[in-house]
Design a protein around this ligand. Structure first.
Ligand code: HMG
Ligand code: MG
Length: 291
C-alpha cells in the first residue's frame, strides 16, 4: 500500500489534560515547539474549556502566545462553546474543534448537557468559524462504548457525525474514548458511519487501553480513512472517561504505517526525542531501553 497518511498530534491537548499535576506553561510550549520540528502538519495545541472542568489546560492563551509557529502547520484547539471560541480566536488558532458524544451519559459528564443541547451549542461556533475563516473540526466521543451507558449503537455515531458535517466540519474525528473498542466493532461502526460521510471527511481517534488501537487503525485504513490522531509518548485520556488510557502512541503509528508502505512525513528520531520529553514533563517514566 502507498499514499499519504496524516497524523494529527494530540500530546499537548489530550495528552496533558488528564495529568494530575499542572504542567508549567513553559514546558507545554517547549513540547509544542519540539513537535513542530517533527514534520506534523497538524498539532492540537490546547483547549479553551472551563478552567474549573479542566484546570490542566487553563493556560491555553499563554501557550498559544508562546509557541514558535512552524511554516505550514495548523494549530488547533478544542472549544465547547462561544466563550471558548472567542478565546481560541483571540489566541490565533488555525482550527477549532467542537466535541460531541454519541452517548448521552458521556455528553452529560463531559459537557454538562444532552447531545441535542451540545449540537445547539456548537451551532454558533460553527457559524462564527465560517465567518472568520477558521477551520472547524468535529469530534464524536464514545463511538463504540461509553463509560456510563455501555455499548453505543453505530447509528447513534452516524447521527452525530452527520450533524457535525452539516454544521460545516471539514472532518469528524471518531473517538474510542475509553480505548476498549475491538476491531470488529470499529468495522461495524464505520460501515454505518460511511453511509453518511466520505472517508476523506473522517479521522480515527483511538485510545489504547486494551492495546488494540493499531489494529483499529488498520481496520479504519481498510475503510479508506487517511487521518489518525495520536500522541507522542502515548499520553492522553479524558478526565471524564474514567479508566481510559492514552491515545495511541505516535511513534507506534508512524512505524506501523511506514512498514505498510505509507508516507507520514514524520522524522522518527525527532519524534522519539519529543516523546521522551513529553513523558518527562508529564512525570512518566523514560520509555527508552538501554542496550
Ligand atoms: P457548565 O458548568 O455547565 O458551564 O460547563 P456554564 O456555562 O454554566 O459556565 C460555568 C463557568 O464556566 C462560568 O464561570 C463560565 O464563565 C465558565 P463562573 O461564572 O462560574 O466563574 N466557562 C468557561 N470558562 C472558560 N472557557 C470556556 C468556558 N465555558 C464556560 N469555554 C462546559 C459546561 C462545556 C463549559 C464544561 O462542561 C466544560 O468546559 N467541559 C469541557 C470538558 C473537557 O474539556 N473534556 C476533555 C476534552 S473532550 C475529550 O478529551 C475527548 C476527545 O479527546 C475525543 C475522544 O477521546 O473521544 C476530544
Ligand atoms: Mg481523546
Amino acid at each position: 500500500m502507498t499514499g499519504r497518511i496524516d497524523i494529527v498530534e494530540m500530546a499537548a491537548r489530550d495528552g496533558l489534560q488528564n495529568e494530575k499535576a499542572i504542567i508549567p506553561t513553559a514546558d507545554k510550549i517547549a513540547l509544542i515547539d519540539q513537535l513542530s520540528d517533527c514534520g506534523f502538519k497538524r498539532i492540537e495545541a490546547t483547549s479553551f474549556v472551563s478552567p474549573k472542568w479542566v484546570p490542566q489546560l487553563a493556560d491555553g492563551a499563554a501557550v498559544m502566545a508562546g509557541i514558535t509557529r512552524g511554516p505550514g502547520i495548523s494549530y488547533a484547539a478544542l472549544v465547547p462553546n462561544m466563550k471558548g471560541y472567542e478565546a481560541a480566536k483571540a489566541a490565533g488558532v488555525n482550527e477549532v474543534a467542537v466535541f460531541l458524544s454519541a452517548s448521552e451519559g458521556f455528553s452529560r459528564a463531559n459537557l454538562n448537557c444532552s447531545i441535542a443541547e451540545s449540537v445547539e451549542r456548537a451551532r454558533p461556533v460553527a457559524e462564527a468559524a465560517r465567518a472568520d475563516g477558521i477551520l472547524l473540526r468535529g469530534y464524536v466521543s464514545c463511538v463504540v462504548q461509553c463509560p456510563y451507558d455501555g455499548p453505543v449503537e453505530p447509528c447513534a455515531v452516524a447521527r452525530v457525525t452527520g450533524q457535525l458535517l452539516r454544521l460545516g466540519c471539514h472532518e469528524v474525528s471518531l473517538g474510542d474514548t475509553i480505548g476498549r473498542a475491538r476491531p470488529t466493532e470499529v468495522a461495524a461502526m464505520l460501515d454505518v458511519v460511511l453511509a453518511v460521510a466520505f472517508p476523506e471527511n473522517l479521522a480515527g481517534h483511538f485510545h489504547d487501553t486494551n492495546g488494540l488501537a493499531l489494529d483499529n487503525i488498520r481496520v479504519a485504513l481498510d475503510h479508506g480513512l487517511t487521518v489518525f490522531d495520536a500522541s507522542v509518548g502515548g499520553l492522553g485520556g479524558c478526565p471524564y472517561a474514567p479508566g481510559a488510557r492514552g491515545n495511541v502512541d505516535t511513534l507506534a503509528v508512524a512505524g506501523m504505517l511506514a512498514a505498510m508502505g505509507y508516507e507520514t512525513g514524520l522524522d522518527v528520531e525527532k519524534l522519539a526525542a519529543a516523546a521522551a520529553f513529553a513523558r518527562r514533563i508529564a512525570g512518566k517514566g523514560d520509555i527508552r531501553k538501554r542496550a
